[in-house]
Design a protein around this ligand. Sequence first.
Ligand SMILES: [Fe+2]
Ligand SMILES: [Fe+2]
Length: 129
Amino acid sequence: MALLTWNDRYSVGDPAVDHEHRELIDLINQVHAELQTAGPGAAEAKFGDLYRGISAHFALEEKQMRAARYPEYAAHKADHESLLDEIRDMMEEGAASDEELSRRLDAWFSRHFATFDARLHKKIGHGHG
Ligand SMILES: [Fe+2]
Ligand SMILES: [Fe+2]
């Protein structure tokens, strides 16, 4: 069972950006599946993929914001950092229930995509790279 499923409220209204966001959700689900079937030791590599995938996505957005001298850059970046903290907690604690994890992550994705990312992509238009 996937931890997170794509939801229309995640959409920022730009298919290319939505596609990238779906990939991030897939990476989370892969870690989750690995934890359930193979256990914490074996999930480490998937966690690495997840962390790199999300970091790369955030780095790209932050680069676009700097290039556009985007006024909301600092707050947007801070919200990215809060998800990376959440994921590090997930990696270290490993003890949170599925419901708790899916609730925390879903809350972040719903809120971040609908607010920070929707505003950003409306302003700077297409193209995650
Ligand atoms: Fe994004
Ligand atoms: Fe973002």
